[in-house]
Design a protein around this ligand. Structure first.
Ligand code: GN1
Ligand code: MG
Length: 343
């Protein structure tokens, strides 16, 4: 896209002049386009092919925000800045929704966890978000992406992709497809768990990758959690599992030297300690029984989604080179093998 041409009218809607600001793309996140607009802001173009009803997204945030204002007024919850006409979203000529956030000076986001202190702090921050939202009226929230973390749906989508994919792509992923099929028992475990009604629907973040928290620069303190697009009802295993998926290994899901993928026990423990320091008294004993399965479920789910996207022609996740989604799926499979061998 012609950046200045596209962004100028967006910034104008917020009373800002693009020519007086420095605009730089932030290359983390596979879905939306995000820009640092300095001094002072982060601007984001929402992917309208992924978020088909962007209003749901802003309505959820409004709901959470008004609950927190009343019940946890000191909690730093990331608010979108309103346009001059008082809207949370600005729609451009092509129908893309945009949002503007404040930029916090002296903060950083990371793609790999360096030590157990970072893991503890991030897990505590995600746990704190759910804890603060405990007691809000879940029925007022809608799913921004229906059945987002429903593993049985994700498996169906994988099977659908297998039946519609090109023979060339099937061939490229052949071995990987078989390996993913061999873990189908996780879908059954998941379905049984959900059917048992052992888990309670809560408002959760639903995308607890390590790069979705902001750290204070040079410390292990968290300023706030970010990327609230999927703040919606879900089960705690999705948040806990996605932290395990993205924190325990010293390398991220983009790593292609799979021998570097490891499970760091001290980090695993720090995730549990940090998360339970907030959620320990809120989760029921029955829910806690599901803790050991969380990491495998989420690693399998996200790996399946990468593989499905490859089979579908790389239409969902942003990629920067061919077969990147295959590599991501291989990376996640490697991690899954490690997680499952510990059970
Ligand atoms: C996407 O937007 P981002 O990059 O934080 C995805 C998550 C996946 C993640 C895998 C809306 O998150 O579900 O876990 O990629 N978000 C959506 O890296 O699909
Ligand atoms: Mg996201």
């Amino acid at each position: 896209m012609d950046l200045i041409h596209t962004i100028t009218p967006v910034l104008k809607a917020y009373g800002l002049n693009a020519s007086q600001l420095s605009i730089e793309r932030i290359n983390s996140g596979h879905i939306n386009y995000t820009y640092k607009v300095l001094p002072g802001y982060v601007l984001q173009r929402i992917n309208k092919n992924v978020f088909l009803q962007p209003r749901v997204l802003s309505d959820n945030l409004k709901e959470a925000s008004s609950f927190l204002k009343q019940n946890a007024p000191d909690y730093l919850f990331l608010h979108a800045i309103k346009t001059l006409s008082g809207e949370d979203l600005f729609f451009d000529e092509e129908g893309y929704p945009w949002r503007l956030f404040p930029y916090f000076e002296n903060t950083v986001s990371i793609n790999e966890v360096a030590n157990d202190k970072q893991a503890y702090a991030a897990a505590q921050a995600f746990g704190q978000l759910s804890r603060q939202l405990q007691g809000c009226d879940i029925s007022k929230f809608q799913e921004t992406i229906p059945r987002f973390h429903d593993l049985s749906l994700r498996y169906e989508q994988f099977e659908m992709a297998l039946s519609t994919s090109s023979s060339e792509r099937i061939q490229l992923a052949n071995e990987l497809i078989d390996k993913y099929k061999s873990y189908k028992y996780l879908v059954e475990k998941y379905t049984n768990l959900i059917r048992s009604n052992q888990l309670i629907l809560r408002i959760i973040h639903n995308d607890t990758k390590i790069n979705n928290v902001l750290f204070e620069r040079d410390t292990n303190k968290i300023v706030c959690v970010i990327d609230l697009d999927t703040l919606m009802p879900g089960y705690f295993i999705y948040d806990l599992g996605d932290m395990i998926r993205t924190f325990v290994s010293p390398v991220s899901e983009e790593e292609i030297d799979f021998s570097k993928i490891k499970i760091r026990e001290e980090i695993h423990q720090a995730i549990l300690d940090g998360y339970l320091s907030e959620m320990g008294t809120i989760l029921s004993d029955e829910e806690k029984l599901a803790i050991p399965i969380a990491g495998s479920i989420m690693t399998y789910m996200i790996g399946l989604r990468f593989l499905t996207d490859f089979l579908n022609g790389d239409t969902y996740y942003q990629t920067s080179y061919p077969r990147q989604n295959i590599n991501r799926a291989k990376n996640q499979l490697y991690l899954l093998e490690l997680l499952e061998s510990q059970v």
